[in-house]
Design a binder for this molecule. Structure first.
Ligand SMILES: Cc1ncc(COP(=O)(O)O)c(C=O)c1O
Length: 475
């Protein structure tokens, strides 16, 4: 077995070797997609706080916030310490026959932080698993007697087959079989929800809808539901005994300037809330969902049904210990306030850039440490549009293509010339997303805003030219 690669060896691989192994053993298309961005050509050496340090000596500002995972930044010292201690003390990971003090404490702490009787929690590993667990509980709550579940036309709930079937995003363009009885309503439009609910009645006249799942703020499109919509939705669900699930996998743990997005509205309470990402403090893949006590009790809390839902890694010791510390850091280091401060600075800065570049920026959107820009491809779009009309590939029929190219070109420039890492959201529109970790300081936001200003000053024709050239010359 001398051909097996050791950790030491792989940590010293040059990027070309990593691409080569990806092409053979992971996915060649991933190399083609990501290596065209500067960060796909660098290798990270280590990461700390808001920064990634590359092997070639660059310090990169990570303004992606790990796409929701890194509210605490990279390698937060308290998170690293708790994991080190757990290992040194040889704590037990998981054992079905022992009760876990970590599961007990984590569930308790969640109940303290979440409003109302959102008190009973379960901890799988990914966001999609949390979503599917919540949906399954809602179905069981109704004893299998209702058939339908509603989701928004603009939504992202994950890519497992069940979660994907509840997702309304052009990114998931291939039709897989999924959860039966999934129906759509228009994001943020209560009349649309009412119409679909009214249509789905049982012969007895009762509702045939067991659950409605919604991101109260859609992280991929940066659209927010109004307070009026959310409170009316709550009222409708209560009246029809429909289980209301808020998916806060991305927006949880203070990202948007409140502990969970829904908590900014007094009196608003889902029946189940799902979370993941920064729940693991940037080190652990743990997710969760918390249900109102009556929902959980009716669904599962009897000896016959107690094991109807479980997964192997449920409540893994080190992961739960990490989540306990991650939440404590969120509270003790005032992440809510930090997100609000980032909001002020980022929003003001982005609005000034919109005033400075009205031909390039269509809209500034977002809240807390989750903001973005919708760009206007304009002249660059015209040039590219004419060019691509002559090409036969289906790829060029994507009606978001121009926006994707222009936004990708800005992301490329931000990294290549300013060592700032951002990403774009892929849903109905293609926002360029600025979503820093909540430990970001004013100087980090300034670094990003200056870099964006200098990048936009080049104009889209030049930016897309540079980006396309890099793709042509790419690996
Ligand atoms: C709102 C939301 N729900 C669910 C998911 C799926 O989570 P995972 O990718 O961990 O399965 C995501 C992932 O980005 C998300 O943003």
């Amino acid at each position: 077995m001398s051909d097996l690669i050791s950790i030491e060896e792989c940590e010293n691989f040059p990027i070309e070797k990593i691409w080569d192994l990806y092409r053979h053993y992971v996915s060649g298309s991933q190399v083609d997609l990501i290596a065209s961005f500067g960060f796909g050509r660098d290798v990270s050496n280590y990461a700390e706080g808001c920064y990634i340090y590359t092997k070639n000596g660059d310090k990169v500002l990570d303004f992606t916030g790990g796409i929701g995972v890194l509210n605490h930044g990279h390698n937060h010292p308290r998170i690293v310490e708790i994991r080190r201690k757990f290992q040194e003390q040889q704590r037990m990971e998981v054992h079905k026959n022992f009760f876990s003090p970590y599961v007990a404490a984590l569930s308790h702490n969640l109940a303290q932080l979440l409003p109302g009787d959102l008190d009973v929690s379960y901890f799988p590993n990914s966001g999609s698993e949390a979503v599917e667990g919540a949906v399954k509980m809602a179905y069981k709550y109704h004893g299998g007697k209702r058939q339908y579940i509603l989701h928004a036309d603009i939504s992202f709930h994950g890519k497992l087959m069940g979660a994907a079937s509840l997702t309304g995003s052009p990114e998931l363009h291939f039709h897989f079989p999924g959860i039966s009885g999934a129906r759509k309503f228009e994001f943020g439009n209560i009349d649309s929800v009412r119409d679909v609910v009214a249509e789905l009645r049982q012969s007895t006249g009762g509702s045939d809808v067991y659950a409605i799942i919604l991101e109260p703020m859609s992280a991929s499109s940066l659209r927010e539901c109004s307070a009026e919509f959310l409170l009316s939705l709550r009222e409708l669900c209560t009246a029809e005994d429909i289980v209301l699930i808020f998916d806060e996998v991305y927006t949880g743990w203070a990202k948007t300037g409140s502990l969970f997005y829904f908590m900014r509205h007094d009196g608003l309470l889902p029946d189940i809330v799902t979370y993941a990402k920064s729940f693991g403090g940037g080190k652990s893949s743990i997710s969760g969902y918390t249900a109102r006590t009556p929902i959980f009790k009716k669904a599962y809390d009897n000896l016959h049904d107690a094991t109807l839902h479980s997964t192997t890694y449920y409540g893994f010791g080190e992961e739960c210990a990490t989540a306990i510390e991650a939440i404590n850091v969120v509270v003790e280091e005032n992440f809510v306030e930090r997100a609000q401060n980032i909001h002020e600075k980022l929003r003001d800065g982005l609005h000034s850039l919109q005033n400075k570049y009205p031909d390039l920026i269509e809209e500034v959107r977002g809240t807390g440490a989750l903001h973005g820009l919708i760009l206007k491809p304009n002249r660059a779009g015209e040039i590219l549009g004419n060019l691509t009309k002559t090409l036969p590939s289906n790829f060029f029929k994507d009606d978001q293509l121009m926006n994707k190219i222009v936004t990708a070109a800005v992301i490329y420039e931000l990294y290549q010339s300013h060592k700032v890492m951002t990403y774009y959201g892929s849903n109905r529109e293609i926002p360029l997303i600025a979503a820093p970790s909540l430990i970001a300081e004013d100087s980090d936001v300034d670094w990003f805003l200056d870099a964006l200003d200098q990048s936009l000053s080049l104009g889209f024709v030049k930016l897309t030219g540079k980006f396309i050239k890099s793709k042509v010359l790419g690996p």
